[in-house]
Design a protein around this ligand. Structure first.
Ligand code: AMP
Length: 179
């Protein structure tokens, strides 16, 4: 992506200090979504990158990963699979717990989400808005392999590199904005 386009995307993300608690600089992507130029540039860039990846599915993490993942899947003519917080998916699920600062959270996926006609492993791109400590994305990549698919890459709009989240994820990572 050229530096002008990257700047348009970067500038469209609003930063809210101390949300949801003191000390967190919350990256608010709603101001990118309602900026048609920035949102279109972002999706165009991702389509260009991933059209040659031989993907079968895009998997998005609850909830902001759904927005980018579904838009991208539609442009690439691929299926979209939601990776949801526990208790939201209606059919049989596989779930994975991960540690938070205090306690645990859990994500789930439908057991039959990544089907392929020829019984080979489906190639999946995982997407979320932001990589922080990596707990959520690492649980999501584990889920993808536990249901028999192959996570080709994990893609983030932003990565907070000082939190070292990428070290937790044993799949290639692509982040558009790093800070
Ligand atoms: P983690 O599991 O620590 O990598 O956290 C990633 C998840 O938390 C993503 O789904 C993000 O949407 C959200 N998140 C964490 N930190 C922030 C932040 N500073 N601004 C916006 N979202 C965040």
């Amino acid at each position: 992506m050229n530096s002008n386009d990257l700047k348009i995307i970067e500038d469209s993300i609003r930063v809210i200090p101390d949300f949801p608690k003191p000390g967190i600089m919350f990256k608010d992507i709603t101001t990118m979504l309602n900026n048609k130029e920035a949102f279109a540039l972002l999706i165009f860039h991702l389509v260009k990158r991933y059209k040659e990846y031989n993907l079968d599915y895009i998997a998005g993490i609850d909830a902001r990963g759904f927005i980018f993942g579904a838009a991208l899947a539609s442009h690439l003519n691929l299926g979209f699979v939601p990776i949801r917080k526990k208790g939201k998916l209606p059919y049989t699920t596989v779930s994975e717990k991960y540690a938070l600062e205090y306690g645990y959270d859990e994500v789930e996926v439908h057991i039959d989400a990544f089907k392929k006609g020829d019984n080979s492993k489906a190639n999946v791109l995982l997407i979320d808005d932001l990589l922080a400590t990596g707990g959520t994305a690492s649980a999501a990549t584990t889920l993808i392999s536990r249901v028999g698919a192959n996570c080709v890459e994990a893609c983030f709009i932003m990565e907070l590199t000082f939190l070292n989240g990428s070290k937790k994820i044993d799949t290639p990572i692509y982040s558009i904005i790093k800070e």
